[in-house]
Design a protein around this ligand. Structure first.
Ligand code: HEM
Length: 259
């Protein structure tokens, strides 16, 4: 029967495919390299690095909150005016997040499978606090980004921010951010999330160098403090904005606020 023949062929093709993957698993020259543990680590590190690039750029843009409404609203209007380019960047970001999460899940499954019985006594001698909590910090950061998009980009949580317009008729992003962080609960949530982001990034950067095979003593002495410094600076930069609002250093413009 034609149906039986088709399903037989499909099963055979699947078997061949699985066998090819198994055979070539540890060969760095094979076209399925990105399916191997090393390949997945390269993908995870590369996508993580691209996301760090976005985060640094976003922080530089956000720090203009200390310059006042004109700088922020001009910058936001400029980003929107890039039209299709903005959508290309957004598409790239979504792809990077998807690759980062997929490889992280797959690698942590591989690690779990490599020691199926589990440790009777957990040894945390080598692992730092950040490394043990990478999965959890990653999940919180993901939840934070979803909330953040609903908060400031899609305006789902506060549809009234849509009506904030400055004297030039641009979306008043500056006042939107000030109004957002005037709520202490929201400021605390942002601060905790960016703290976890800083920890996640510093450990991620350090382990990326380890995965690249740079496991010397020099690495430990130089790369670890540098990675901690990058994570720490990003945390301080992002956290300075809700803190600046709550401390009254960043304020609503005269006559500003919701209409
Ligand atoms: C205090 C910290 C932060 C502030 C004040 C802030 C501010 C903003 C604002 C105002 C927008 C909307 C811009 C607009 O529509 O014109 C935005 C978008 C966005 N933010 Fe943040 N942000 C912060 C932290 C973060 C962090 C830590 C991440 C990532 C981990 C992040 C990721 C994004 C993304 C992905 C978008 C959407 C960009 C797009 O429209 O394509 N933000 N942020």
């Amino acid at each position: 029967m034609a149906g039986d023949e088709t399903s037989k062929n499909a099963t055979m093709a699947m078997r061949f495919f699985k066998k090819t993957i198994a055979m070539k698993k540890n060969d760095k020259t094979n076209p399925l390299f990105f399916w191997t543990s090393t390949g997945k680590k390269v993908l995870m590190g590369g996508s993580g690095l691209a996301l760090v690039g976005f985060v640094v750029g976003h922080l530089v843009g956000n720090l203009q909150m200390f310059l006042g409404p004109e700088a922020v609203n001009r910058y936001a209007a400029f980003l929107k005016s890039t039209g299709e380019l903005l959508w290309v960047v957004r598409g790239g970001l979504v792809a990077m997040v998807a690759i980062h999460i997929a490889t992280a899940v797959s690698l942590s499954r591989e690690n779990a499978a490599a020691r199926p019985v589990g440790y009777a006594v957990k040894s945390y001698k080598e692992a730092t606090y950040a490394s043990r909590t990478m999965v959890y910090s990653g999940l919180v950061i993901f939840a934070f980004v979803v909330y953040h998009l609903c908060h400031f980009t899609l305006l789902v949580t506060h549809p009234e921010y849509r009506h904030l317009v400055d004297a030039q008729g641009r979306h008043d992003v500056y006042s939107m951010v000030v109004l957002g962080f005037m709520r202490p609960g929201i400021s605390v949530w942002y601060t905790v999330s960016v703290l976890l982001l800083g920890m996640h990034l510093s450990h991620g950067l350090y382990s990326m160098f380890q995965s690249l095979g740079l496991q010397s003593e020099t690495l430990r002495r130089r790369v670890r403090p540098a990675a901690v410094a990058v994570g720490g600076l990003l945390f301080l930069g992002f956290a300075s904005i809700p803190a600046g609002v709550l401390l009254g250093l960043i304020r609503l413009p005269a006559g500003g606020g919701l209409p």
